[in-house]
Design a protein around this ligand. Structure first.
Ligand code: CMX
Length: 134
């Protein structure tokens, strides 16, 4: 079952350049900066009520975020939905004809298990399922 929006992912060229906007203009606090080697990104997190904003900076030219920035520029990248059972969400999505980017959960930031659906089969919104590792 999907319980809430865990975070919204936003692609940026530089965390150091982007963080001051979220802190000084919006008054949010960056409480965690973390590199996710598997995804080739450096992430910065801000809590906004029950959900979070995740800034994503590429760590190299082969990062999917580097490709995204080149094609589309900075901005909204993905929505992450918290689930109590990612495997079940993936199986259900696939049964409805949605293309999976991950057939099984993998390690994401903040100790979560994550898996993505292809934006071409979700009306243009890159969609991530997240689950607390138990
Ligand atoms: N949102 C919506 N559409 C997107 C997109 C996004 N974030 N990223 C790419 N696309 C679109 C592109 O515009 C392109 O569309 P067109 O064919 O109409 O031009 C199409 O998807 C294919 O894009 P591409 O540039 O050729 O890139 P790839 O196919 O190589 O990769 C994707 C796209 C979604 C498969 C890849 O980015 C991916 O696997 N993403 C999941 C993992 C990820 O994003 N990790 C970073 C975040 C990790 C974290 O949160 O910790």
């Amino acid at each position: 079952m999907i319980t809430h929006i865990e975070h919204i992912g936003i692609a940026v060229k530089s965390l150091e350049e982007a963080i001051p906007y979220y802190e000084k203009v919006l008054g949010l606090t960056c409480y965690n900066i973390e590199e996710v080697a598997d995804q080739k990104v450096r992430t910065a997190f801000f809590k906004v009520g029950a959900t979070k904003i995740e800034l994503l900076e590429p760590t190299g030219p082969e990062s999917t975020i580097a490709k995204f920035l080149e094609k589309k520029g900075e901005g909204f990248h993905h929505i992450a939905l918290a689930s109590d059972n990612i495997e079940k969400e993936l199986a259900h999505a696939e049964s409805q004809g949605v293309q999976l980017l991950d057939r099984a959960p993998r390690a994401g930031a903040e100790g979560l298990s994550i898996a993505f659906l292809h934006p071409k089969s979700t009306m243009g919104v890159l969609t991530e399922f997240c689950q607390d590792k138990q």
